[in-house]
Ligand binder design. Structure first.
Ligand code: PEP
Ligand code: MN
Length: 359
């Protein structure tokens, strides 16, 4: 799992670009898209052949014949080709057509049985495989899927961040929840990771900012949905770019680097980081004091048989801290998440004492 995407023989520098339609729909559509994308910089042509749809009755992919269209697109343009596999039969068909790269979709990586079946079908090959995050924000499950493939002997593995399903969030189709891919990167630092802003956003106009954010978070590349005419796309019409829109976006993206050679930058950053370190120490001390008080309150509640959770007090706290926080230039979402996290730990602390019967 040490190989970087740009060492896989793809004609790219750091940036790994996968582009193509959500679904292969017809030979003409696949060829037209591939020809437009072969203009440059695209690592592989993506197209869904078997489409996992939430409800039956919608377009579920063209199946096997789509692989022949992709194979033809490769022969005519020189682009490498990749698709999603969800079961052993898909893997076998893709290996037969000599696909250059495969990915495991978000619904499949949620299920260890399915991932294991795919890993078993891939045993003995070393085709590059990218694993999309599971639908739910579970970094262990995501890692587990990658480990199953690694255990089957695959070495050219990577991850795709495509956001997480959330009923509460209206802006994105799948919330980015960046802390999850950041945590995967911390646990598996050598793993190449690309971002799929199309499935995160669900709408074209949100994609550029998410694509840029992914690059600023040092993702190794992007997978973007591109259709010759998105208005007639059979799936995910609202999130697909035309090839022109795609190249326009790619031209505007900025690649940042983890380090700079400037000595002035290094000096100023280390000064600022020292200040941040000091502030973090103060934060931890304040939090520790707060938890001490919380434990005292927990003991009093236990004595009086008063519930740990106090809904009215919690309402007041949230309203008050959000008002104070936003007055201090902190975002409402951040203050709410911070207070939820503190409150959850406070409840846990009070419950430990209650269950243990300690003072
Ligand atoms: C796709 O890339 O076509 C796809 C279905 O994505 P996901 O598994 O992320 O939903
Ligand atoms: Mn799609």
């Amino acid at each position: 799992m040490k190989t970087k995407l740009n060492e896989w023989g793809f004609p790219i520098d750091r940036m790994f670009l996968a582009a193509g339609p959500c679904s292969a729909e017809s030979r003409e559509q696949v060829l037209e898209c591939a020809k437009a994308l072969s203009a440059g910089g695209v690592s592989f042509l993506r197209a869904g052949i078997w489409k996992p749809r939430t409800r039956p009755g919608s377009f579920e992919g063209v199946g096997l014949k789509g692989l022949a269209w992709m194979d033809q697109a490769r022969a005519e343009t020189g682009l490498k080709i990749g698709t999603e596999v969800a079961e052993a039969a898909h893997v076998e068909a893709c290996l037969e057509y000599g696909l250059d790269i495969l990915w495991v979709g978000a619904r499949t990586s949620t299920n260890p049985f399915s991932v294991q079946a795919i890993a078993d079908a891939l045993r003995g090959t070393d085709i590059p495989v990218l694993v999309k995050n599971p639908m739910n924000a579970d970094v262990g499950l995501w890692m587990g899927a990658i480990e199953r493939l690694a255990n089957a002997g695959l070495t050219r593995l990577g991850a795709i961040h495509r956001g997480f399903s959330s009923e509460l969030e209206m802006r994105y189709r799948n919330v980015p929840n960046w802390k999850v891919p950041i945590e995967l990167k911390r646990r598996m630092p050598e793993l190449p990771m690309i971002c799929d802003p199309s499935h995160i956003c669900g709408k074209r106009d949100l994609i550029p900012a998410v694509a840029q954010e992914a690059l600023d978070l040092l993702f190794d590349g992007l997978m973007l949905e591109v259709h010759p005419d998105p208005s007639v796309a059979l799936s995910d019409a609202e999130q697909q770019f035309t090839p022109e829109q795609f190249f326009d976006l790619v031209g505007k993206l900025k690649l940042s680097h983890e380090q700079s050679d400037s000595a002035a930058f290094a000096a100023r950053m280390s000064e600022l980081r020292e200040t941040v370190d000091g502030l973090d120490s103060q934060l931890l001390e304040v939090l520790s004091q707060r938890m001490n008080i919380v434990r005292k309150m927990g003991a009093l509640k236990t004595e009086q048989n008063v519930s740990t959770f106090q809904p009215h007090r919690w309402q007041e706290i949230v309203a008050d801290r959000i008002a104070k926080g936003t007055g201090l230039d902190l975002s409402e979402d951040f203050v709410l998440q911070l207070m939820q996290s503190i409150h959850e730990e406070a409840i846990r602390q009070q419950e430990i004492r209650r269950v243990d019967g300690a003072e």
